[in-house]
Design a protein around this ligand. Structure first.
Ligand SMILES: O=C(O)CCC(=O)C(=O)O
Length: 313
């Protein structure tokens, strides 16, 4: 019953946001690719000053200001014996619970970037979505908005946005493993914005093209490389590896099988945004906030992607 009410509310919320705008040939082709394969790659921002500017800003936030989500998991604190249960369950635990197991570090523990990296060996540092127009302009890029709207058939909401720096990791954490996202059964799009060059050695993103409606690999949350590569070996046509230059954007329906590759060296910086249908009955806590002045400076199309409850004074 609860599900029916939710579905009806979603249907009604979508109604007023349906679009039938005629797009140009190039956009139509991108939408077609996304529909056929579950992903599409865009390179119109590769080498742009817009991207370089954001990358400098991200470096500053991570390396100088520690504008990060804390507490943060410290791989150096993981004990293979004591924490075996967590290793075997891929660390599916909130940061607060990890903190209670004494496996995290906080902002107060971070004296310098170098000390933070060497002492705590984080596998991921997460920057919450900055309340800055230039970030919204990139995450709500006009071409990206058109493709996602065309793919879904209505203007969805930007429900989550953040940036992550991924490092080499001794232990696999959650999405280092193959999985399908389960935020929504029918409408789910994730956008990956590559702020660093990326290849198999620096932690590529992996996706199995055409796997959204594949009936296999549905009985568990996570699958090993071996399980997936038995069916789709690296190098096979449908096993897509993001061998891409900085500035690339990949739009993906992450109901399909995907995983974050672990960098063997260095790190990779990636922006993430998640798009889902609006639902008047939704009561989940906003996962990012945008202040009214920043919101007011967005284009009228961009504003439609921001749920009201994410706007703060
Ligand atoms: O970081 C990546 O490449 C993948 C992330 C992922 O699996 C997810 O966000 O669900």
């Amino acid at each position: 019953m609860k599900q029916i009410v939710k579905d009806v509310s979603e249907f009604l919320s979508i109604l007023g946001r349906r679009t039938s705008q005629e797009e140009n040939f190039e956009i139509k082709e991108k939408i077609r690719h996304l529909k056929n394969f579950g992903f599409v790659k865009l390179d119109h921002l590769v080498g742009s000053s817009q991207f370089k500017d954001l990358k400098e800003s991200i470096d500053q936030k991570i390396e100088k200001n520690f504008e990060l989500e804390f507490p943060c998991l410290a791989q150096s604190k993981i004990d293979p014996v004591k924490d075996r249960d967590l290793i075997e369950s891929n660390f599916v635990l909130s940061n607060e619970k990890l903190k209670r197991r004494n496996l995290t570090f906080d902002k107060e523990d971070s004296k310098s970037y170098k000390q933070l990296i060497t002492e705590f060996e984080p596998s991921t540092l997460t920057v919450p979505m900055p309340n800055e127009q230039k970030f919204y302009n990139m995450f709500l890029d006009p071409i990206v908005m058109k493709i996602i709207t065309g793919y879904m058939g209505f203007i969805p909401y930007l429900t989550e946005a953040y940036i992550r720096r991924n490092f080499p990791a001794k232990f696999k954490i959650m999405n280092h493993n193959w999985h399908r996202d389960e935020n929504h059964k029918k409408f789910l799009v994730k956008v990956f914005l590559f702020f660093t060059d990326c290849d198999i050695k620096t932690g590529a993103h992996h996706y199995i093209a055409g796997s959204i409606n594949d009936t296999r690999f549905r009985d568990k949350v996570y699958y090993t490389d071996k399980e997936i590569e038995n069916v789709w070996p690296i190098g096979s046509e449908n096993h897509i590896v993001s061998n891409v230059p900085a500035g690339t954007i990949i739009i993906e329906d992450t109901r399909g099988l995907h995983k974050a590759g672990i960098p063997e060296k260095g790190f990779r910086d990636l922006g993430y945004s998640i798009f889902m249908p609006p639902n008047l009955l939704s009561s989940t806590k906003p996962l990012y906030n945008i202040t009214t002045p920043v919101f007011n400076n967005l284009s009228s199309v961009q504003q439609k992607f921001i749920p009201n409850r994410n706007i703060t004074r």
